[in-house]
Design a binder for this molecule. Structure first.
Ligand SMILES: *Cc1c(COP(=O)(O)O)cnc(C)c1O
Length: 239
């Protein structure tokens, strides 16, 4: 085993242990939570190692970084999630590799994603990114739509050709009433998910929790955690 492979295997084992412990503490089955490894800023060689080690879900947040990496890894049995703020002029490139877009936060983006998904004949999974630091239906600092805008956007995605409404995503807010209160933020996301599933029962993905707060997310009921740093190491630059 190479040094890097050994390092990633050890880190993955630690993260796996954390998820298992959090599931046990919450009385949840381990199978209810899917690990998505956020590989942003790390090379394709790491993605290949992760795939060898059994990782099946990876996420990226910048198209410039992700597109060439995904192309180098096209032979691997991976599900690619796009989790970054997405400009409509990048939609064509992103749909060249992404299976799911977790950062859907405005109608113009829904229109662009739908048009491109239809053009290439693919079905793209979409999560509405919820900004818990945004007032009502406004937009968040780091993307996302306010809680008041979720229902309308969800209906739009559900009715858009080529798109599949899969659920909700959030990033624990750094500002506003939920700053420093990850558990409360994730509980709020779960409430929003319960509301959403009344009209869209299949949209049952709840993507929340990162390296620092995956336990709180699992406790709140997240179905997907997005972990970067704890698996790959501290990123050399902001990503
Ligand atoms: C970078 C990133 C993560 C992972 O964060 P870590 O703290 O490195 O685990 C999760 N979600 C999104 C949207 C990200 O951009």
């Amino acid at each position: 085993m190479t040094d890097r492979k050994g390092e990633l295997a050890a880190n993955l084992a630690k993260v796996e242990e954390r998820i298992a412990t959090a599931c046990a503490a919450a009385g949840r089955k381990r199978a209810e939570v899917t690990l998505i490894v956020v590989t942003k800023t790390y090379p394709a060689s790491d993605v290949r190692i992760l795939s060898d080690l059994g990782v099946r879900h990876v996420a990226e947040n910048r198209d410039q970084d992700a597109a060439p990496k995904a192309a180098e890894c096209a032979d691997l049995p991976l599900v690619w999630h796009f989790v970054g703020q997405l400009q409509t002029n990048k939609v064509r490139s992103v749909l060249g590799y992404a299976d799911l877009v977790q950062s859907v936060d405005r109608s113009r983006l829904v229109t662009a994603l739908s048009k491109e998904a239809v053009r290439v004949g693919r079905e793209i999974g979409c999560l509405i990114q919820v900004a818990l630091d945004a007032e009502a239906s406004g937009r968040g600092e780091r993307g996302g739509v306010g809680p008041g805008g979720v229902a309308e956007l969800a209906d739009l995605v559900a009715g858009a050709p080529g798109l599949r409404l899969d659920g909700l995503m959030t990033v624990a807010p750094l500002a506003g009433e939920y700053a420093g209160r990850e558990q409360a933020a994730f509980a709020r996301l779960l409430d929003l998910s319960t509301d959403l599933r009344r009209t869209h029962p299949a949209a049952n993905m709840v993507s929340a929790g990162m390296s620092a707060d995956l336990e709180q997310a699992v406790a709140a009921g997240a179905t997907h955690v997005r972990v970067g740093t704890s698996v790959l190491g501290v990123r050399p630059r902001l990503g």
